[in-house]
Ligand binder design. Structure first.
Ligand code: FBP
Length: 302
């Protein structure tokens, strides 16, 4: 079935109500989600806003999210607590509750907490976002930190969207962060640890890197739809969202969106590909993506 199915599991009512708002009341609806993540000021620095300088202003992003008809905007605490109030009720919020800069080397990453689930409740968020660096030498600390977040999220009926990111030197030794091996494994780990929704990057098949992946990944080459179907399969029924990555052309982005949905993803979470375009262009593209999703959904239920 295309889209998140809220009747499938015995969700706590709070979680179910929040997921319903995200996947049925806002955005493309019908169980599909379209999210606008803008935590790049922390993760990459202001350099990500340079291609379209107005995008550094959170109010600009909130207007874009409303007019672009997104399911939710994703912010870190400092931005959400200052800017979200006038928009509350008009566009849902996902509060990212951990994060880091890309200034230190990437070989032992961990994403420390920057906010709590209680903050998310106070701000009116409909989910929290947590980056899990699967395979990092520091993953034991990450797993414990995630356990605390999961406990708090369960207490408050708050869904957790896990950024399932394979990272660190061992991941690089085994084919890299974008290999099918690493992304499929990260999606599964997020499911095993209790994610409600899992966000992944699209796997890439670079022969020199693949050769370092364990069998059979060293010789498996798939197109985007097939690769996403594998990641969705590995996630064991936990809904999967697909990231955009660095900016690409409109048609390539739409093709990636289409192939991801065909592979079984329930939604898209495109950041730079949207906010690095000029405002009107970003709105037009957002509407095209939403229309594509709705057409896909209509065809799937026929
Ligand atoms: P993009 O669509 O711009 O790739 O954003 C998705 C995202 O997960 C952001 O939430 C985050 O800031 C960034 O990518 C992290 O990317 P990376 O781990 O590649 O630095």
């Amino acid at each position: 079935m295309a889209g998140i199915d809220l009747s499938r599991w015995d969700w706590a009512p709070g979680k179910k109500a929040r997921l319903h708002r995200l996947f049925y009341q806002f955005g493309p609806g019908e169980g599909l989600g379209m999210f606008l993540p803008v935590d790049h000021g922390l993760e990459h620095g202001p350099v990500d806003f340079l291609p379209n300088p107005p995008s550094a202003d959170p109010e600009y992003i909130l207007r874009l999210a409303v007019e672009g008809r997104y399911s939710a905007v994703v912010f870190q605490y400092g931005i959400a607590s200052r800017y979200y109030a006038p928009f509350a009720g008009r566009i849902p919020l996902v509060l990212k509750i951990n994060g880091k800069t890309n200034i230190p080397p990437a070989d032992e990453p961990i994403s420390p907490l920057t906010a709590t689930v209680e903050d998310a409740v106070r701000l009116g968020a409909d989910a929290v976002g947590y980056t899990l660096y699967v395979g990092s030498p520091l993953q034991d600390r990450d797993f414990k930190q995630f356990l605390e977040v999961r406990r708090e999220a369960e207490r408050f009926g708050m869904p957790i969207i896990v950024w399932a990111y394979p990272r660190g030197r061992y991941v690089e030794e085994k084919g890299g962060r974008d290999s099918l091996y690493a992304i499929e494994y990260a999606a599964r780990v997020a499911a095993e640890l209790g994610a409600d929704v899992i966000k992944v990057n699209v796997p890439e098949f670079v022969p020199e890197k693949m050769a370092r992946s364990p069998k059979p990944y060293d010789s498996t080459v798939l197109d985007v739809k097939e690769a996403m179907a594998r990641v969705v399969w590995a996630a064991g029924g936990v809904p999967v969202l697909v990231s955009g990555g660095s900016k690409i052309g409109d048609e390539d982005l739409l093709a990636r969106a289409r192939a991801s949905l065909e592979g079984g993803a329930v939604g898209l979470i495109f950041g730079r590909n949207i906010f690095q375009r000029p405002y009107e262009e970003a709105i037009r593209l957002s509407h095209r993506i939403a229309e594509l999703m709705q057409a896909f959904r209509a065809a799937a239920v026929k």
